[in-house]
Each structure stands twice: as C-alpha cells, then as structure tokens.
Write a protein that binds this ligand. Structure first.
Ligand SMILES: CC(C)(COP(=O)(O)OP(=O)(O)OC[C@H]1O[C@@H](n2cnc3c(N)ncnc32)[C@H](O)[C@@H]1OP(=O)(O)O)[C@@H](O)C(=O)NCCC(=O)NCCS
Length: 205
C-alpha cells in the first residue's frame, strides 16, 4: 500500500523523500506533470517511482496522504489550489529535527534534517523548513513559506504567506516579512519587509 504521494520530482521533492524514508515510510510515489529524464533516473536510484501526472494521481484510487515537494512558494500555492480538498496533506518531521513545546505544524508542512524549531512556533499549511534552518520561539510562519537551508528566523517574527527566505539568511527578532516577499541568500533582515519585496544584503534592503 502506498505510504505517501510526493508532488514534484525535482530537488525538494527528492528531499521530501529523504525525510519520508527517515520517518520509516517505505512505499513512496512521486507525481509530476513533466519530470525530466534525469529526475526520473534520480528517483529510481532512491527507490521511488514516478506514478504519472497530478491528474493521474487524483483520478486513481490512492488513499495515501500527500506532500508538495516544490520549493517555490508561488508554484506550491498553485499546486495546493489545484489539489484542493481531493486528497489529505501529510506532515513530516525528520527524526533529527528538534521541535519545542507548544509548537504547531500545519498540514502539508515538512521539517528537514537538523532543523530546530523552538517553542510556541506556528507553521501554516505547506511550509518547508529546509535542513539546518532554525526558527525562534513565538514565531509564526504563514502558509506556503519556504525557509531555505541554514536560514535563521529569530524569536517573535511574523513571516507571512508565501515568503521565501534564502539559504543562510537571518531575520532579526520581532520583524514582519510581508506576503510573498523574497529574502536573498545570506541577507540579514533588520526591519520589516513590505509584501512582495525582494531584499538582499547586510542589512537587507
Ligand atoms: C536575492 C535573489 C532572490 C535575487 O534574485 P534575482 O533577482 O534573480 O537576482 P540576479 O541573479 O538577477 O542578481 C541581481 C543582482 O543582485 C545580486 N545578488 C543576487 N543574489 C544576491 C544575494 N543573495 N545577496 C547579495 N546580492 C545578490 C547579483 O550579484 C546581481 O548584482 P549586480 O546587479 O550588481 O550584478 C536571489 O539571488 C537569491 O538569493 N535567492 C535565494 C536563493 C537560495 O536560497 N538558494 C538556495 C536554494 S536551496
């Protein structure tokens, strides 16, 4: 019986598979409307198979929960809308990640190896916390947020829907990052970021 359906055969889709295998799920299938030949081969090497398109999956009798393994928040949002209520989202946490008390993870969220979430953190739906990222106490990550590898979000921040925090970026305490903003890799965010802005550098502007 299928344990998990992963949407997306690309890099993060396969990272989701790593988390799934580490959690003891063994029968994982991947759906992707247009996977590259390289990605099909990579899946095969990982012991996963490409089932077909998203529509093939949604019209088949597969009861397994799903995760969207697509890193970009906007693309992930569109896929989530397309799936709608036709399947149930899983939530997966790698066994090497740490999760503080009273922290809440929304459906569809994935926490990768080595990530550290403090206490009273809230993650919305389909949030991705990549390897070795850190999320401080009392911080809220909205739906579809991607925290790329090694990023650090300090305490009491609000990272709104659809934000992408680049690899190794730092968001200082109490900051609000507006909807669908992008924070560049290695940036240090010291003040609020307006919705849809792209900021980079130290301090980020
Ligand atoms: C900030 C970012 C969103 C900008 O993307 P973009 O608009 O396509 O930027 P470009 O590549 O066209 O570069 C525009 C300029 O910004 C600079 N730049 C790009 N990313 C930068 C960064 N993270 N920090 C500082 N400067 C950066 C470029 O050198 C270039 O400078 P120039 O105009 O003087 O030549 C992107 O570079 C980034 O950092 N994304 C996050 C990537 C990430 O986390 N990857 C890990 C995936 S697991």
């Amino acid at each position: 019986m299928t344990d998990l359906v992963v949407v997306g055969a690309g890099g993060f889709g396969r990272e989701v598979l790593d988390v799934a295998y580490a959690c003891g799920l063994t029968d994982c299938v991947v759906v992707d409307d247009a996977p590259s030949a390289d990605n099909i081969e990579r899946l095969g090497r990982m012991g996963a198979r490409h089932l077909g398109t998203i529509d093939d999956w949604l019209t088949a009798d597969i009861r397994a929960p799903y995760l969207i393994g697509v890193g970009h928040p906007t693309t992930r949002s569109k896929i989530a809308q397309r799936i709608g209520g036709r399947a149930s989202a899983a939530t997966l946490v790698h066994p090497s990640a740490t999760i503080g008390r009273a922290t809440i993870l929304g459906a569809g969220s994935v926490v990768c190896a080595g990530a550290a979430l403090s206490n009273n953190v809230e993650l919305g739906r389909h949030v991705h916390v990549n390897p070795n990222a850190t999320i401080g106490h009392d911080t809220v990550l909205g739906d579809m947020v991607s925290v790329n590898p090694g990023a650090v979000v300090s305490g009491a921040c609000t990272v709104d829907t659809g934000v992408l925090l680049g690899a190794g970026s730092v968001v200082l305490q109490d900051v609000v990052v507006g909807r669908f903003a992008t924070v560049g890799a290695a940036a240090c965010v010291v003040r609020d970021v307006p919705p849809r802005a792209v900021v980079k550098g130290v301090p980020a502007r």
